[in-house]
Design a protein around this ligand. Structure first.
Ligand SMILES: Cc1cc2nc3c(=O)[nH]c(=O)nc-3n(C[C@H](O)[C@H](O)[C@H](O)COP(=O)(O)O)c2cc1C
Length: 444
């Protein structure tokens, strides 16, 4: 490894078969007619595995609001756990990270789902822990509980899931034909959890999974979100469009985790990036223009309005949203303030904002040659603005092919990414240790 940090980047991909760039499913060559079809997502995942990416990452939202506003990007066409289980059967090395909401499930189900995926994939499961800000109408409530309440439930939820994953000691299965006992029951323990939200006896009905505990990723940016991430997450997804704020976020996050006794090197900070690639800068710019020409502007207007909670129906597309329409309230969330800055400080017009949001939804995007995009990624990695990236393919399958065939090899060539998988589990490939069960640590 030739880079100064002594290890390579983490690279995962946000698996959105419709394409991360809004409306890119309208491009020539997209496989839009195959959305919700397994072969399509399996082809994309095999491409990611051939490029030796750490993991494919499936987001999830339990409602159809964005689809009804004309944006199918963050779609419900692929339910994460069922899709990942199917993908486990046709892949060998790549990590399989799925989103499950702590607001809409019970910990016992989630512990089983992820342990099951970990078993079926030989140790490649990961969980993106979200608390969901929408969709509560589908689960018996009229609106979302406030952030601190959702994260209180999430913290207890994760604690219960971890206790359940540890409820079988590593060597509880003895498979002893002589004695007639398949398991050593003295090594299987109830958890007897009684908390504010959950009462769970345990143990799980099956053995500890290959990774001991599947990898935990999280993306909270509010104070309670960061509190959960710094306490439990192995990986942090984050929208960081600018270098300096990302360096500050990285240092602050790792310091908070270290203050809790965690090894900051074992927590991977993974901002998103959307690369639009061309053989030359002119070719990349032309592609960016083609993607922008596919955007349905009126749907874009609705989407920006919904994201910012503003009525933009009367605004000319070539005007900027008036500064006075924005709130400075920090509780509006990090994405809101990214767009407030772009509009107010950088003077972007509504049309430019729609295009920018269509490209990145608040993440960094860059049009350039593979060499130039690799330069930018390396600059961030060396500056400790990140430990790697979540690659957002602007369009599929063509835009993802450019990432896998041109950008990732460039990073590998320059010593910033692997040529071969190091291990067979996601933990091994991320350089994370096998976690001893809580019971063992309590006894030690
Ligand atoms: C890359 C990335 C992916 C995310 N994926 C999801 C998702 O699939 N489902 C979801 O409900 N929230 C998702 N989120 C939202 C976060 O879980 C979180 O709610 C958001 O960053 C705001 O932080 P807060 O919850 O602390 O306010 C994602 C965020 C990021 C940055």
């Amino acid at each position: 490894m030739t880079n100064s940090r002594g290890h390579h980047m983490v690279l995962t991909t946000f698996m959105l078969p419709a394409g991360y760039h809004k409306d890119s499913w309208r491009m020539d060559g997209s496989r839009a007619d195959e959305l919700a079809n397994f072969d399509f997502v399996a082809d994309l995942t095999r491409m990611a595995e051939a490029a030796k990416l750490d993991a494919v990452f499936f987001g999830d939202i339990a409602h159809a609001n964005t689809v009804m506003r004309g944006d199918i990007k963050m779609n419900g066409f692929y339910e994460p756990m069922t899709t990942l289980a199917a993908l486990a059967a046709v892949t060998k090395n790549i990590g399989l990270i799925g989103t499950i909401s702590t607001s809409f499930y019970e910990p016992y189900n989630v512990a089983r789902l992820l342990a099951g995926l970990d078993h079926m994939s030989g140790g490649r499961a990961g969980w993106n822990i979200v608390t969901s800000s929408d969709g509560f109408q589908n689960f018996g409530l009229t609106e979302a509980p406030d952030g601190p309440t959702r994260y209180r439930r999430a913290a207890e939820f994760v604690e219960v899931v971890q206790k359940l994953w540890d409820s079988w000691e590593d060597d509880a299965v003895i498979n002893d034909r002589e004695s007639g006992w398949y398991v050593d029951t003295s090594k299987i323990h109830t958890i007897d959890h009684v908390g504010e939200y959950f009462r769970v006896q345990g143990p799980l009905p099956g053995p500890r999974s290959p990774q001991g505990r599947p990898v935990l990723v999280q993306a909270g940016s509010s104070a309670p979100g960061v509190e959960l991430g710094t306490s439990v997450a192995d990986g942090i997804y984050t929208a960081q469009p600018l270098l300096q704020p990302s360096i500050e976020f990285y240092a602050d996050f790792k310091a908070k985790a270290a203050a809790k006794g965690r090894d900051p090197e074992l927590i991977k900070i993974i901002p998103g990036i959307l690369p639009i690639l061309g053989e030359t800068q002119a070719e990349a710019d032309e592609l960016a223009g083609e993607l922008a020409r596919n955007i349905h502007m009126e749907n874009g207007r609705k989407q920006v309005g919904a994201d910012l909670k503003l009525d933009l129906s009367s605004l000319d597309l070539d005007e900027a949203i008036p500064a006075g329409w924005f709130s400075e309230d920090p509780s509006r969330g990090s994405r809101y303030h990214i767009y407030r800055r772009k509009s107010v400080d950088q003077g972007m017009t509504l049309r430019e904002l729609i295009v920018d949001l269509a490209r990145s939804t608040g993440h960094q995007w860059m049009a350039g040659t593979p060499g130039a995009v690799a330069d930018r990624m390396i600059e961030w990695f060396e500056a400790r603005a990140c430990d790697g990236f979540n690659l957002n393919a602007p369009f599929n399958p063509g835009g993802f092919a450019l990432i896998c065939d041109k950008l990732v090899p460039e990073l590998a060539e320059r010593g910033y990414f692997r040529h071969e998988y190091e291990g067979t589990t996601l933990r091994e490939n991320l350089g994370l240790p096998y976690p001893s069960s809580k019971r063992e640590s309590a006894l030690a």
